[in-house]
Write a protein that binds this ligand. Structure first.
Ligand code: NAI
Ligand SMILES: NCC(=O)COP(=O)(O)O
Length: 343
């Protein structure tokens, strides 16, 4: 398999620290992975591990992606694909940090779209810093969608993507992502729900090797309680489910949002389609921020990420847990191998 690119994330957050810990703790898993970021920042992150009583790991500058596979185990290969960020203050929003984080993602996305890397794993970036740097995308998902559309020569609307969060117990795919709750309610439309079901069916079906059993959450309490608490279920969500079933998609619902995740967790469904960001992410993150992986469905490349953010409150303290990043690398490897073997 080709190397996997790990973007460094916001240098004011815990990204560099969890990457250094991942290479230190999991030599086999991180073999032939390399960091797209800043050499000095990664050296600082590695050296700070030593300050917390554990060994630092060596950090090596590589000039090309091919060199990633030839560094010794537990050595962190860094490809300096971005300008060194200046004046980064740990735990603070800043344009320089946002620029470094965003530039690394653009570089890695283009490498993946050219087929030079097997997958990209993105360490967390801070959305306010990204915005301060002048990026117009709310997060990775939208940035990667735009890069993919440009690569394919298509309008962005022709490359629909969805966010999936997954752990060992639960998967959820979102109808809408980064928008106000008011806008998210307006975004519950027949086409958007049906498109979410199609993307979930295709992407998860390819990963699981079988058609996923999809549960669809309602929008309102008790899925509208027969129209007493809202009409979106009857007027929008149920017709979209029926249309998907007519296409052979194994979709069910709409179900009460407060119990559908419990039903999926106990094995009745493979995935829950949630109507908006927090409806879907709270149940997954509540099971443990260390377990979850964020996967972008619908892209012409493999992208995974930890489910947590930049954790500015603990940046530089040496206590960040690399488990979710490790789970993201594991999932990126699995998805990329399935693609190589045509699965
Ligand atoms: N993939 C990405 O780039 C993501 C980026 N974000 C962004 O990150 C920024 C901060 O988001 P928040 O809402 O504060 O969420 P957060 O996930 O950064 O932090 C929430 C809480 O979880 C703790 N935490 C998070 N990761 C941890 C880890 N690995 N080990 C130990 N404790 C950990 C933090 O210390 C904090 O108390 C925002 O700009 C947000 O948009 C959020 C989620 C994913
Ligand atoms: N809550 C997850 C999140 O905000 C991650 O967004 P993205 O950067 O993966 O688009």
């Amino acid at each position: 398999m080709k190397p996997i690119a790990i973007t460094q994330g916001d240098p004011a957050g815990i990204g560099p620290e969890i990457i250094a810990k991942a290479f230190r703790d999991e030599a086999d898993l991180t073999r032939a992975c390399f960091v797209v970021g800043d050499l000095a920042m990664m050296r600082q992150a590695s050296q700070s591990l030593a300050a917390f009583g554990r060994p630092a790991v060596p950090v090596a500058l590589i000039e090309s992606i091919e060199e990633a596979g030839s560094v010794p185990p537990r050595c962190i290969p860094v490809l300096q694909a971005i300008a060194p960020p200046l004046g980064v203050v740990p735990g603070q929003v800043g344009a320089a940090a946002g620029r470094a984080a965003g530039d690394a993602v653009v570089w890695a996305a283009r490498a993946a779209l050219r087929g030079d890397v097997a997958a990209i794993v993105t360490a967390p970036l801070h959305k306010e810093s990204l915005h301060a740097a002048g990026f117009t995308f709310p997060g990775h998902t939208e940035l990667l969608q735009a890069e993919s559309a440009a690569h394919l020569g298509r309008p962005v609307s022709d490359v629909p993507v969805r966010m999936m969060l997954a752990n060992e117990e639960l998967r959820t795919v979102l109808v809408s992502i980064h928008m106000s709750l008011r806008h998210a309610i307006e975004a519950v439309r027949f086409d958007g729900v049906l498109q979410t079901l199609r993307i979930t069916h295709a992407a998860l079906g390819a990963a699981l090797g079988k058609a996923p059993r999809i549960a669809v959450a309602g929008l309102n309490p008790h899925a509208g309680e027969g129209g007493l608490f809202g009409s979106e279920e009857r007027e929008i969500i149920a017709p979209a489910i029926a249309a998907s079933c007519a296409e052979g998609i194994d979709a069910h619902g709409p179900y009460a949002p407060d119990t559908v995740f419990m039903r999926a967790r106990t094995g009745e469904f493979d995935v829950v389609v949630a109507m908006y960001h927090d409806q879907g992410l709270i149940p997954v993150k509540y099971l443990g921020v260390e377990q979850g992986v964020n996967v972008t469905l619908g892209l012409p490349l493999v992208r995974t990420s930890p489910d947590h953010g930049t954790a500015f409150d603990i940046a530089g303290k040496g206590i960040a847990d690399p488990a979710s990043l490790l789970a993201a690398i594991r999932m990126a490897r699995a998805l990329a191998s399935a693609q190589v073997s045509g699965g």
